[in-house]
Design a protein around this ligand. Sequence first.
Ligand SMILES: [Zn+2]
Length: 226
Amino acid sequence: MVKITWLGHSFFHIKTMSTDILIDPWLSNPLFPSGYRLDKYDVIIVTHAHGDHIGESVSLLKKNKNAKIVCIYEVGLALEKQGISSSQIIAGNIGGPIHTHISDVKVVFTPATHSSEYGVATGAIIITPDKTVYHAGDTGITADMSIYAEIYKPDIFLVPIGGHYTMDPLQAAYAVRLVKPRIAIPMHYGSFPVLYGKPEDFEKLTREIAAGTEVRILRPGETIEV
Ligand SMILES: [Zn+2]
């Protein structure tokens, strides 16, 4: 069983039996639920070097020296320049399964059709002893999703739907069809006016295009157990 909490934009808190994982921790995003307490976090995963995804990673790593960050190689170099110890950085690259050596959590960065200030833009497949979660990062639809999904069979798919910079609800529903998860959760919408995609449209289109996957629309701060 894993608990997944949406904290606005692309920021999720994933809790396994023993490990707390934060992905794309942008604490100051407009939808971050005020009062949400981040008391425990062991692993931070960042999909790419844009401010709305790196977020407050540096201050989180400085605050908790036991936490480690999993990121793309060049993001790791940039973090070292900002004073983060190399012992806290697990830097890898797209495709190579990364063993965090923390409660057997593994991360596979996937290709994303997007840009990044440095390094490359990615999604991340997070493999825990119980469930596998695929966070698509910021991306347009891409055929790569099929092969990664075939190999790792994600249970839960976190999928951007806002459009303009990423997939819109239509592309996102097709992405669900490629990935075939049990549950899909929309993200990267509602935070800025330019992100026009609506979760209700994504849910409706997924029902038509990718029947068999359940869409769960979370409120910021809401948790589901899978
Ligand atoms: Zn973004």
